[in-house]
Write a protein that binds this ligand. Structure first.
Ligand code: SAH
Length: 414
């Protein structure tokens, strides 16, 4: 195991500090607040850097420019913590940084919503780190190995400030072997408090959901779609609803509670559909949920949509996983988003409503809205655009690469 990095490091001028000089364009990007420094932008480095240590970046006049955490094995070599004037990163600084993120959420959610994001990575000043709350359970997820050496300090800070029943630790796939081999940490481990005995139940807009915080995708639930789910709850009355890529029936439950005529889940994963059934059971006391017929179809969505043309709906939700996971997949993904929207439209009854979502950061909002609008035009039917949406307030996006989520609502005009 590597020695842990203290969370607080005074004395930025210490002689052996990792010091970097960078290209002019990187300097400009950092100055304007961009949180990433790529390895290819480093012009000078005084020595090799260790995983998770602080790196100080100096500008061309040898003035302090920024400070961040170093990762020798990632193309994003430094994730920036602070830009501007030189300062000491001490315990107070970390506590204040956490408080600022928590303060941003104050008043956003009442006691009917106990699942939401508390810390959203770079855009909250915690690069590559996410903290979600599900009732009394916190889930800390790392997307960069650079935090691993500082966990022993980060976890107590979170526990002190938020006092959870437990804190579950999650790791993105690409850093799981480093975490296991160098730090003895495993995905799904409980780092603080009581063990997880069953799926965690929490509330979103008064609806009960389970989150598989130990094994589930993301941190166990797609918290980022809350505002779109709420909107669907207000649009579903009397409609036959198809929830394509339904995961654990999130949109379906809002639609059912909102008085949908019926709801159909379509997902490739039996595990997701199982969670959806349990979520419907959890909410059976709601008379609308209890009386709305709930059907589930386990199938590949593109394939099912093309083979079952006779099935018609009044409201279709398309929330696929990211179809462009890297830049090289962008063009192909645009084509796929367009085909998916057009295919869904052929299942819409007259006057039907389509919600098309995209969660790929490699596709811009304008590109995505463009392909969906063109698909609607190509269908030969007349649609009105109800609205487009972006990130919810607990998932702020403060730089272009962070803007992954976008959605567009179209309703057919009769
Ligand atoms: N709308 C959901 C989140 C969707 S996540 C919510 O509000 O919670 C994407 C879902 O798509 C996952 O459940 C995954 O199992 C499913 N999926 C992925 N590829 C699929 C495919 N080709 N066909 C059908 N479902 C798919």
């Amino acid at each position: 195991m590597l020695a842990g990095q203290p969370l607080s490091e005074m004395g930025l001028r210490q002689p052996n500090r990792l010091r970097l000089r960078v290209t002019g364009s990187a300097e400009q990007a950092l100055r304007s607040g961009h949180p990433w420094l790529f390895g290819e932008s480093i012009r000078e480095q005084n020595r090799e850097g260790q995983l998770g240590e602080f790196a100080v970046i100096y500008d061309r006049n040898d003035q302090f420019l920024a400070l961040g955490v170093f990762d020798p094995d990632s193309p994003i070599r430094v994730r920036i913590l602070h830009t501007g004037k030189s300062l000491a990163i001490d315990d107070h600084w970390w506590a204040a940084r956490l408080d600022r993120a928590l303060e941003r959420r104050r008043g956003l959610f009442d006691d009917q919503t106990t699942g939401y994001r508390c810390v959203h990575g770079e855009s909250d000043g915690w690069p590559g780190l996410v903290l979600d709350r599900y009732e009394e359970t916190l889930v800390l997820k790392l997307y960069t190995a650079a935090w691993l050496p500082r966990l022993a300090q980060v976890v107590p800070l979170l526990a002190r400030r938020l006092n959870p029943a437990r804190l579950v630790f999650r790791l993105s796939r690409n850093i799981q072997s480093v975490a296991a081999n160098l730090f003895g940490r495993a995905d799904g481990q409980v780092l603080h408090g009581a063990p997880v005995e069953s799926p965690v139940i929490f509330l979103e807009s008064g609806i009960q959901f389970e989150a598989d915080v130990v094994r589930g995708q993301k941190t166990g639930f797609f918290l980022d779609q809350r505002e779109n789910r709420r909107r669907i709850g207000t649009l579903a009355r009397g409609r036959r609803v198809l929830n394509a890529f339904s995961f654990s029936s999130g949109f379906s439950l809002y639609a059912a509670r909102g008085g949908a005529h019926s709801v159909t889940d379509l997902d490739i994963s039996g595990h997701a559909l199982g969670a959806g059934r349990r979520n419907f059971e959890l909410n059976h006391r709601d008379t609308h949920v209890a009386s709305s017929p709930h059907e589930q179809i386990q199938a590949e969505a593109f394939d099912w949509l093309s083979r079952n043309r006779r099935r018609k709906f009044d409201l279709i939700i398309l929330d696929p996983p990211s179809l462009a996971r890297r830049e090289s997949e962008r063009q192909a993904a645009l084509g796929a988003y367009g085909r998916l929207a057009l295919s869904a439209i052929t299942h819409l009854r007259p006057g039907g409503l389509l919600l098309a979502c995209c969660c790929s950061a490699h596709v811009t909002a304008d590109e995505f809205f463009g392909v969906v609008r063109r698909a609607a035009a190509r269908s030969g039917r007349k649609f009105k655009e109800l609205e487009t949406t972006r990130h919810p307030p607990d998932h702020p996006a403060r730089f272009p690469e962070a803007e992954y989520l976008k959605a567009i609502y179209l309703i057919e005009q009769r």
